[in-house]
Every structure is written in C-alpha cells, then in structure tokens.
Design a protein around this ligand. Sequence first.
Ligand SMILES: [Zn+2]
Ligand SMILES: [Zn+2]
Length: 535
Amino acid sequence: MKIKFMGAARTVTGSCYILETGSHRFAVDCGMHQGNAEIEKRNWDVAIYEPDDIDFFLITHAHIDHSGLLPRMVQKGFKGKIYTTEPTRDLLKILLLDSAHIQEMEAQWQSKKHLRSGEKYTKPLYTQKDAEATLPMIEAISNGQTFEPLPVVKVNFKDAGHILGASLIELTIEEDRIPIKLVFSGDIGRPAQLLMEDPSVVDDADFLFLESTYGDRNHKDEDDSLNELAEAIAYSYSNKEKVIIPAFAVERTQEMMYSLYLLSKDGRLPPDMPVYLDSPLAIQATEIFRHHTAYLDEETRELIKKGDDPLHLPQLHFTPTTEESIAINNLSGPAIVISASGMADAGRIKHHLRHNIWKEGASIVFVGFQAQGTTGRKIVDGAKKIRLFNDEIAVKARVFTINGFSAHAGQRQILEWLSHFQTRDMQVFLVHGEYSAQQVLAGLIKERFGFKVLIPGYLDETTLEPGRVLKRVEYPEKAVPRIDWDYIMEDIGTRFARLKERRPHLESKPWVEQTELRDRLMELDRVLMEINSEI
Ligand SMILES: [Zn+2]
Ligand SMILES: [Zn+2]
C-alpha cells in the first residue's frame, strides 16, 4: 500500500492523503492550502491529485483546510462519493458555498486589477456552481458505525472532540489477506472544551497520522479565559461602550455564546447588556449546532434536557441582514458584538472595529489564533493605528488576547491521547503542524513511548507495510516553494523610481498629508533596514 502526502506536511493547511491499494485510489481529507501566495499556488495544481482517478474521499471535518478543495476536485473530474458525518455534511453545505463566494470575489478583485494593467481576466479557483455540484455527492455516515466503501477497506469515524461532527478515522485495509490498520487523527480537540465531547480513545494502529499544531505549546486554563472575558465586559459596561469579539463562525462563535451563558449564570454578564450575533454564517452554523445535539457533549445535552439552552440568552439578538448590522453602530450604550471574520480581515467585523476601536472604554477581545499579516495580528501586536477601509484609525480601546479557547489539543493533551496506544511497534507520521513544533513533539514521542516517528514533506510518497516503512520517495524541490526574488526586487525598484519622479507632486500637497506620507515612507525605510540587518 502506498500513501502520498498532498498537504499539511510541515505546515498546517491543505490536509490530504492519497492511499493506493491494489487497483484502488482514495483519499482522507481534501483541504485547501492557505497562507502565503506560494503555498496557495498549490490549490491550482490539482492535476497532481488525479481527481478523475480517486474512488472516494473520507472527510474528517468541515474546516476548509480539510475540505475546501472538494469543489475544485469535482470541477476537474472527480465523480466518486464523499463520506463524512451528518453534522459535517450540514456544515459543508454552508462552508463550501461561502468558500466559493470568497473565491469568486477574490477573482473579481484580481480581474479588475489585472484588466487595468492590460492582462487577462482571472478565473476563480471554483464557483458556487462547483460547490453546489459537490453537495449531493456527500454521503453521511454515523459515528462509530463501521462501513466498507470497498470490499477490502473498513472505515470507522470516531468523535475527535474538535468541532461539531469532527472525526478521527480508523481504517483497516486488507492487502494479500493481511489487515493493516491506519488511524488518521484529523484535528484532535482540547479535552474539557465547551460543547464538544473529549476526543475518543484509540488503542491500536500500525500507522498513526497525528496532527501536531500545538506540538510545542500548552494552552492556558479555560477558567482564566472566562475571567478575562468577564473583565472585558465589566470594563466596557462601566464605560458604557461595546465589547467587540472577532470570532470564526463555526465553533468559536458558539463557544463564545456558551461562555456568555456561563457568565450570565454567575452574574458576570449584566442582563441589560445586549449581545449581537452579527454574522449570517455564524447564525446558520448555530442552527446546525442546535440541530445535532447528539454530537454535543454530555454536559450540554443534560442542560438542553432540563430545558436550558446554553446557545441562547434572553438578551441575544441575531442580526442576519445588512440593515440590522448597520443599526448596531447607531446604538448607544454598552453591548457585546460577536462577528466574523476571526482575524478581522474581512466581513462585518471590520465595520465594528471602525466604529469602536478609537473609543477609550471599548474592548476588542481576540479569542483565536491571529496569523501574520492580518489586521487582527497587528492589533494584538500593539499597533497604535490601523488602516480600515482606507482610513487610518487610532487604537484606543482596550485589547484583550485570550488564548485559552482552542479547538486543538495542546502538547500535553496530544501526549495524553497518545498514551492509550498499546501497539509498541507503531509508526507515527506527524502531519498538520509547523516543522519546528513537529520536531519538538517527535522528540517527546520517541523519548516517552519509543514509537518510530517520521515527519513527511510535501508530496512525499511512502510504501506502508506493518512493522516497516519500505520505501520513501521525497520531492524536496517541490516541498520548498521557490521564491521569485528577481520579480520582487524589480517590482520594488520600479515603484521607488516612480515615487522619485513624483516628488514635485508630493511637495505640493498640504503639510498634514505630507507628514503622514513621510511617516509611512519612514516605516518602509525601517522595514527595509530591518530586513537588510537580518540577511
Ligand atoms: Zn480543524
Ligand atoms: Zn486543521
């Protein structure tokens, strides 16, 4: 049997592993590559997946980095089935359509830019039509029910405790009548996470494909996180201002609603402080959570049985329409606004930041990871001013960064989950993590359990046979994207030459504008100096 690592190899996005056994080819996950432009180029190269030759996909969960390339596969000839759990199927309905919409908008924007410089129209990676064609191909499978997509392949989805419907996958493949067991962890949840069950225990595997996002770190306590959230609420309530919470629409938003419910129970959420859930996607996702209570943890199910709904508060308002969203900004007095995107890069949250971030007394509460280069990251890193909709806005609100809400197991929790495995000669492949985090985790796993650990690279191919890894083919030239330095240098050079030509225009501007432009150029100068000193 052969496995090929199509993504999430020494990086966290693009999860997809293609398995070949006999004359069959199938895959676990179909994630979009996200991050910098070099990584994202991989999304356009789906020919190397040979989509028309894939029998079926098994999808661990609805996050786009595990599912987002499905419509592209369908567009390029995939005709098989997509197996996943019921809640994941429902979440995919909204998330794939949303992703297609983003792709279309992005292409439109690129086209405008390109047409101006005489280049040709940019096509989207995929369209809403492609996403719509994908949905009927999804077949829902219940957790814990073994099924056989092929006579030689047995599959079992088990709760991964990560987001609603997220699974780890146990796969038994028979080759020459010998069964080989593979376990794909998907993303493993953080135990004791609100709403979600703890990750299921697995105790045997020949080969384990283990996520390692937090391979080098542990999380803060959830109690601390709730206290910090309460502090933000108390601060802005006493100042009669708003608490703005950028949050991902699926899971983090519902976790925030649950947290507010807990704070309201112990009197730390004032009853006259309205809460707005201002994201159409988050509102739809919340409905899906409510529909699949069987997939929520026991604590939540007990509450619901007693007639209590932790995803509901008396002061909670859904604001699906644009008019309702705009109206929030005209309200005076304290309020809490949960909106997307989680990294404050797109969506309605940008409007809420524009209206509130310059107010002393307001709070901006970050509850998720903020990637380099995003507006969220700039604020978290202490920017005094940020640019929103072409305006420069001062940051005067109090900024809270709460790290305890995570849907991923931390280092200690990954090791705890791993400690249940009884197969001593198990081979572990670390996937879905940055290389530095993976190296730390690999060391700990070898030392503590004695398992063999490999960290595959992008497009690596390995033959699997129980007890030994037969043959490994690497593609280092593809694994590390080549950077086009010529292009970048030339581009910067051209722009600087143009700036020099325009100096008379610069000097004829009002002095306020001149000083602002000077500051921006000095910032650029500082960045160039820093880069020069680093190389
Ligand atoms: Zn995930
Ligand atoms: Zn993931």
